[in-house]
Design a protein around this ligand. Structure first.
Ligand code: 4AD
Ligand code: MG
Length: 461
């Protein structure tokens, strides 16, 4: 089979020749002696017009086909200089691979994203979702390419773990125990020694702790895999299962970390603009009108930098506009993050040096004793897209902080070891992959950039 993409990109080669294409019917209409089919084969946005005639022995069968049916067409590619499309296929033969029932849920009219979410197995057959998932694939590739070109080693960190990297307790437990009948110890608590791993385990919220161990061997590494959070937040930016890219770099401080984050985002934007121009034009036209201008502006400017303390001062002046008023020590909410990046900086911005109380245990304490060497990257339209930090590399300070927070030393022995054997300054960050896809496509809901989203009360397919 020739793909529709090949026909469009190399039309001279195929014009007036016999070709064979396979795809799904987007629309079909017939008159007495001939009919038209618009076919999409999934290889590109473009659709192909097929003209078929009653000289075909299965003319009646083909004319009865519904939208969604799968066919293989043999015919000649002919130029159509007068028509909207540059060429069409004059069919000699239309083979019916699979009919489609008349109640096919995707009809020619535009469907809402909400409706399409209820048929996530069929929505990839629409233009919008073809564009989203082709671009999602390209972004993943571009991210690997960026890190591989710079010599980073890709590490596969485990999905089942005994630790809680972020310390937020938002974990899905993993167990083989019968929950209706869990074994108990004499004191009434659950006896995990009878569970599969002999202790409580959970799906990972981040591969960072494991990635750090490899950074202490390879210098520059990255993970790229699924992570899981049982956050009970029903927003357009949170999913229970999402992918994260987590580079970790030895001999790197917070500034090096931000330089890699900025370089990576710009590389990926450039790659997608160059390699998916049709899809990006489509988003710009139908999903988010300012998208291309905004992304090009990002490529041509430096990211903003502001400390948390400065950011709070800037935001306090606008407290009248917020549902949740800011004050030094508060965790920035999405409304504040978006205000900073959309109204004050009007471009991506790094916020650094957050109070230690609102950040994870592993972040390096600054000299002021109050803040940590953290950085979040905020972008217009979304808010936080990256969270990272320089890591605490002093054994004593790390252990002290873990004790303050009540972490069990025995669960983090491997992590403390890194500070005993050749500890070095090191830094890393986590890019939320879905938020990155939202940012590059202009799609407004995380449910529409994951093939099969998992969110509160939704694990349907
Ligand atoms: O800021 P977070 O929690 O950072 C970490 O997990 C660090 N261990 C990363 C590191 O330093 N290696 O998460 C990182 C990013 C966020 O900025 C956000 O983009 C995304 O992960 N994220 C989510 N994306 C979708 N749904 C959720 N529930 C998310 N939680 C975090
Ligand atoms: Mg964060």
């Amino acid at each position: 089979l020739t793909t529709v993409k090949e026909l469009f990109s190399d039309r001279e080669k195929y014009l007036d020749k016999e070709v064979q294409v396979g795809g799904w019917i987007r629309s079909i209409r017939d008159s007495k002696a001939f009919g038209f089919i618009v076919l999409n084969d999934g290889t590109c946005f473009d659709t192909l017009q097929i003209v078929y005639h009653d000289t075909m022995e299965n003319f009646a069968e083909v004319s009865k086909l519904n939208v969604g049916a799968a066919i293989i067409v043999k015919g000649t590619l002919v130029a159509t200089p007068e028509a909207k499309q540059p060429f069409e296929i004059q069919a000699d033969q239309v083979l019916v691979e699979g009919v489609s029932n008349a109640d096919y849920p995707l009809q020619k009219k535009r469907h809402s994203f909400e409706y399409l979410r209820t048929i996530s197995h069929l929505r990839p057959r629409t233009n919008t979702f073809q564009a989203v998932f082709r671009v999602r694939s390209l972004i993943a590739y571009a991210i690997h390419k960026y890190f591989q070109e710079q010599g980073f080693v890709y590490v596969h960190t485990p999905l089942i773990t005994g630790s809680d990297c972020e310390g937020a307790g938002e974990m899905f437990q993993v167990t083989t125990m019968d929950l209706a009948n869990v074994p108990k110890k004499d004191d009434g608590t659950v006896d995990f020694s009878q569970d599969f791993f002999g202790k409580p385990t959970n799906l990972t919220v981040s591969g960072q702790l494991n990635a750090e161990t490899y950074a202490m061997a390879f210098r520059n590494v990255y993970t790229f895999g699924p992570t899981f959070r049982a956050e009970n937040s029903n927003t357009t930016r949170h999913a229970a299962e999402f992918w994260m890219i987590e580079p970790e770099m030895a001999f790197a401080d917070l500034n090096d970390n931000m330089a890699v984050a900025e370089g990576m985002l710009k590389y990926v934007i450039r790659y997608v603009l160059e390699n998916a121009p049709a899809e990006m034009d489509f988003f710009n036209q139908f999903v988010d009108k300012g998208l291309l201008d905004r992304l090009n502006h990002v490529l041509n400017s430096e990211f903003g930098h502001v400390t948390y303390t400065e950011a709070i001062k800037l935001l306090e002046e606008h407290n009248d506009k917020f549902d949740y008023k800011v004050f030094w020590g508060c965790d920035l909410q999405t409304e504040h993050e978006r205000y900073l990046t959309e109204e004050i900086f009007k471009k991506p911005v790094f916020v650094t040096d957050y109070p230690k109380e609102i950040k994870a245990f592993y972040m390096k304490l600054n000299e002021d004793g109050k803040t940590v060497a953290a950085m979040d990257c905020l972008v217009p339209g979304i808010g936080e897209i990256i969270g990272g930090s320089q890591r605490e590399d002093s054994y004593d300070k790390l252990l002290g902080r873990m004790k303050e927070l009540g972490l069990r030393e025995e669960d983090y022995g491997f992590y403390l070891d890194l500070r005993k054997y050749g500890s070095v300054r090191h830094s890393g960050f986590g890019l939320g992959f879905e938020r990155c896809v939202m940012y590059l496509t202009g799609m407004g809901n995380i449910r529409d950039v994951v093939p099969f989203p998992r969110t509160v009360n939704n694990c349907d397919l």
